[in-house]
Design a protein around this ligand. Structure first.
Ligand code: NDP
Ligand SMILES: O=C1O[C@H](COP(=O)(O)O)[C@@H](O)[C@H](O)[C@H]1O
Length: 516
């Protein structure tokens, strides 16, 4: 936000012109109503409205087509909602153009107050939407209604019932009603299936968009391109060449202000079962038949179903010291704030290759990356084993980059080797290019009707099947987290597990950042 580095690309329509594989999309012309349910909440102001504003600024949401409705229980006026979100859309450093855009954008927002389980509020919401559709001369049957549930999952079923009962539009002329749901989508296999069944009775799968914002990150979206559009990787991406894969998430802050929520879920449900597992799927899945969303999701499900049961000795849990000082966290909480979990895939490509999923809060750094470590060179005549293995690192954040660690000849007269890198740092290579926020792309996908980057019901089920037995044991207090210092690397047992899994850390590798 507010980078001042905008690429404002005005589009005539929001028809999809990229290579998503969703080429059977219907041209969409009807008026578009975006309803943010839970508009007074944190997610709405920090992510949803800023993403909508960015889409508006880039010409993807046309003022002559679009209207935005905020809905929540809090009784506030349109103007009060606008004032609440204003600070998240612009700041002192915003350009005059941005401020002018902001004023126009805020005028598109209307607020309706109502409860999440009574028809009254949803009927007035429907009335407001209909008034807007009529004012835009939208042909009945062509208007589009997007309901974004920025709400706790406990109210999803009642909200979906209310939408179904009070707010559906006709869709015979290309119109639609879609709902976007956020994680946490259940707490284990049983609760997730129950939720899916409840929502599934009301909406068809193509109408449900289960969002995982990691799927909207630039380098996550690049994974299929990298893997399947580069001849270089095709023959290497398997158990014959790859020794181990790490998918890592680190945050250098704790659960500040979210202790109550976090304690109910823990790091596995908060990060690993969804975000890291989605990345895992894209790294490990087979090539899809095409880029059609269903083909991609079929492959994701297959690889999830090939994951073997997690072994106790391949799990390390941690909890940072001071976590329980949060008044919203119970004194004897057993909730992990750190976890390393090793997954094994039982298939021809990956048998024997550990996939190490690691996530932690209150650690010494903030990053999310994929680290693919290759096997040692057989018959190594240079004795470069000591210097380190080839590694291909895809850094999702911060500062998107991918680099390949290689052994090369040390420049000079002597014949000696050194570790170096082939480096693609995005900031350096794509200067002046603004990388969109994950939510921005994903909301655009929901409008375009492209489900490629959303989680399908069977995918969600397979994801919960992997982690539910372990989660139940943690919930029952059978598996205890090890205490670690905030600002550290987490429990040292996690690094020991990494070593046992075969990861060889490179020592003495020094990276010299290129200068512009
Ligand atoms: N384009 C760019 O921006 C590039 C940047 N670099 C930078 O160069 C530096 C070195 O790169 P690289 O070697 O890939 O990355 P790191 O030094 O960050 O990490 C290498 C590996 O060692 C692990 N590790 C780190 N400390 C320990 C420890 N004490 N015990 C056990 N394992 C440990 C890391 O695990 P864990 O993930 O858990 O920390 C990671 O798997 C990094 O800062 C990197 O960002 C390098 C090349 C290109
Ligand atoms: O979903 C979540 O993600 C954030 C981290 O997101 P990022 O895009 O900043 O990597 C995490 O802080 C939060 O606990 C979790 O619920």
């Amino acid at each position: 936000m507010g980078s001042g580095n905008w690429h404002v690309e005005k589009r005539l329509s929001i028809r999809n012109d990229s290579f998503t594989g969703a080429d059977d999309l219907v041209p969409e012309t009807g008026c578009l109503s975006i309803v943010v349910l839970g508009a007074s909440g944190d997610l709405a102001k920090k992510k949803t409205f800023p993403a909508l504003f960015n889409l508006y600024r880039q010409g993807f949401l046309h003022p002559d087509e679009v209207h935005i409705f905020g809905y929540a229980r809090t009784k506030i006026s349109d103007e009060e909602l606008r004032n609440r979100i204003r600070g998240y859309l612009a700041n002192d450093k915003s350009s005059p153009q941005q401020l002018e855009d902001l004023t126009k954008f805020l005028q598109l927002i209307k607020y309706i107050s109502g409860s999440y389980d009574s028809e009254e509020g949803f009927k007035s919401l429907d009335k407001e939407i209909a008034t807007h559709e009529i004012s835009k001369n939208s042909a009945e049957g062509s208007s589009r209604r997007l309901f974004y549930l920025a709400l706790p999952p406990s109210v999803y079923p009642s909200v979906c019932r209310m939408i179904k009962k009070c707010c559906m539009n006709k869709s015979d002329l290309g119109g639609w009603t879609r709902i976007v749901v956020e994680k946490p989508f259940g707490k284990d296999l049983e609760s997730a299936e129950k939720l899916s069944t409840e929502i599934g009775k009301l909406f068809e799968e193509p109408e449900i968009y289960r969002i995982d914002h990691y799927l909207g990150k630039e380098l996550v979206q690049n994974l299929l391109v990298l893997r399947f559009a580069n001849r270089l990787f095709l023959p290497l991406w398997n158990r014959d060449n790859i020794d181990n894969v790490q998918i890592v998430f680190r945050e250098d802050f704790g659960t500040e202000g979210r202790g109550g929520y976090f304690d109910e879920y823990g790091i596995i449900r908060d990060i690993i079962q969804n975000h890291l597992l989605q990345v895992f799927c894209l790294v490990a899945m087979e090539k899809p038949v095409s880029l059609k969303p269903e083909h991609i999701r079929d492959e994701k499900v297959k690889v999830l179903q090939s994951v073997m049961p997690i072994k106790d000795e391949e799990v390390v849990l941690g909890q940072y010291e001071g976590y329980r000082d949060d008044p919203t966290v119970p004194d004897h909480s057993n909730t992990p704030t750190f976890a390393t979990v090793i997954l094994h895939i039982h298939n021809e490509r990956w048998e024997g290759v550990p996939f190490i999923l690691k996530a932690g809060k209150a650690l010494n750094s903030r990053k999310a990356e994929i680290r693919v470590q290759f096997k040692d060179v057989p018959g190594d005549i240079f004795k470069c084993k000591k210097q380190g293995r080839n590694e291909f690192v895809i850094r999702l954040q911060p500062s998107e980059a991918m680099y390949m660690k290689l052994t090369v000849k040390q420049p000079g007269l002597e014949m000696s080797t050194v570790q170096s890198e082939l480096d693609l740092s995005y900031r350096q290579r794509y200067q002046g290019v603004t990388i969109p926020e994950a939510y921005e792309r994903l909301i655009l996908d929901t409008i375009r009707g492209d489900q490629q980057h959303f989680v399908r019901r069977d995918e969600l089920k397979a994801a919960w099947e992997i982690f539910t037995p372990l989660l139940h044991r943690i919930d029952d207090g059978e598996f205890k987290p090890i205490s670690y210092q905030p600002g550290s690397r987490g429990p040292m047992e996690a690094d020991e597990l990494l070593e046992r899994a075969g990861y060889v850390q490179t020592h003495g590798y020094i990276w010299i950042p290129p200068t512009l």
